[in-house]
Design a protein around this ligand. Sequence first.
Ligand code: ADP
Ligand code: MG
Length: 306
Amino acid sequence: MIKFDNVSKMYGDKAAVDQISFEVQEGEFFVLIGPSGCGKTTTLKMINRLIPLTSGYIYFKEQPISSYKLDEMRWNIGYVLQQIALFPHMTVRDNIAQVPLMKKWKTGTIDDQVNRLLDMVGLPHAQFRDRYPSELSGGQQQRIGVVRALAADPPVILMDEPFSALDPISREKLQDDLLRLQSEINKTIIFVTHDINEAFKLGDRICLMNQGRIEQIGTPREFVESPKSKFVTSFIGKTDIERLARDCVTKLPFDGRYPTVDAETPVSALYSLLAEHEQLNVTGADYLGAVTRPSVFEVLSKGGTV
Ligand code: ADP
Ligand code: MG
């Protein structure tokens, strides 16, 4: 659906994005993650040509993006910003209707679409469609931002840290909504975050960037089970809440062939042992169970504590 072939973006002699190649499949939830300044936003904005690339090719549906008209690109690719800017003097309905209006949809079709999408993200249309942005909470505004990006039914949606300004509860709710939406309407989503928990929760595949380059691409499970570098290991260890060995045990008998670790050891300190051993015995006052790669993955992919 979207393919990067050796793409770079230079600012002067500094590469913001440095020869990256990857392909996002149709219907995939693809997460770009990495530390601040690693090139996530630049990568995203090159897709809908908000930023021109310096070298390489980006393909959208097998055609180089340069072969599309700009309008055509923008209509086919929804975009959700971190700080969503709704038009303050327009109602929710009119804010959402902008792209469908440009595409000259009929009023009845637009209204049906607005109503359907509002209901889908938990904002009953009868209650919300005629409100102004100032009459909405931050979480509700962000939801309208997501709906607006979906309004004209684009096959692809780009999302740049859309939930990072929200409180944890709204954020979790929106993540759940987005997962449900994704399974219902089967969009291709490219989602930027710097939060590893969010990435594990949402991503079919994750692309971890570092200084403009790709460190690793894979499923959440592959990241936990076979991190390719020290950078990857330390990045996936950076969870909001540090998990301890005791949080991740599974009921397996003690096995003397494997190392034994203390229940209070942070899981991030166990990745290198886990890369070499199937399981680790976990002991507190008594034997508690074993930590395995799947048991760690189970806990991390839930994004919270068990
Ligand atoms: P991220 O979204 O991962 O935080 P960005 O893609 O915004 O990172 O930026 C990648 C790098 O490119 C950073 O080092 C940033 O300072 C640099 N950069 C971004 N935009 C510009 C610009 N307009 N001029 C010069 N450097 C830029
Ligand atoms: Mg950014």
